[in-house]
Design a protein around this ligand. Structure first.
Ligand SMILES: [Zn+2]
Length: 184
């Protein structure tokens, strides 16, 4: 399978994805191909099987693009395209490959506040292995305070913290910019 067909086969453009992007309501194979072609030409498959986004990048390192007239985050779009529906606002697209530019849907899982809360409750402190991927965030209050104290832009970065605490980049970003754990 060549690169293009490998990429095409990972994605599933459905009418709900087209409506999400504010696109035309007609749903034809041609519309689907048009939607995808701009997206997949900016993907480079790396040896690690990460699909690196080579298009525009936003400040925190996630790829972004205009998809049928709407600005979207590349990794969120990719996950949405692979499951055939757009992600809800309450759903986080988290990487399990520690590469914020990666848009391989197999490397992106959907995390929610609910799963985070459940995981925190069931968390066993002894299972922690530094730097190892631990699934959705299972941080304690003390760790959240630690993360905020350690963060120094460009020196003690969001990425470094994400690796250190074994949680996804988006999660760290939300903690630092107080979109999560707002009560402490
Ligand atoms: Zn990846």
């Amino acid at each position: 399978m060549n690169t293009k067909s490998k990429l095409m086969s990972a994605f599933n453009i459905t009418p709900s994805m087209i409506v999400f992007a504010g696109g035309r309501s007609c749903f034809t194979p041609r519309t689907q191909a048009e939607c995808l072609s701009g997206f997949i030409t900016k993907i480079k498959i790396l040896k690690s099987d990460c699909w690196e986004w080579t298009g525009a990048r936003q400040r925190f390192g996630h790829g972004m693009l205009k998809f049928m007239g709407k600005m979207v985050l590349a990794h969120r779009l990719s996950k949405g395209l692979s499951i055939g529906r757009p992600l809800a606002k309450s759903e986080f697209a988290c990487h399990n490959c520690d590469n914020p530019w990666c848009v391989n849907p197999a490397h992106i899982y959907i995390g929610t506040h609910q799963t985070n809360a459940r995981d925190r409750q069931s968390r066993n402190r002894t299972d922690r292995t530094p730097g190892e991927f631990r699934g959705t965030a299972r941080l304690t209050r003390a760790e959240v305070l630690e993360i905020r104290a350690k963060f120094i832009p460009r020196k003690y970065s969001l990425r470094k913290l994400a690796v250190e605490y074994g949680v996804c980049f988006t999660q760290i970003k939300n903690i630092i910019y107080r979109r999560q754990w707002t009560h402490i």
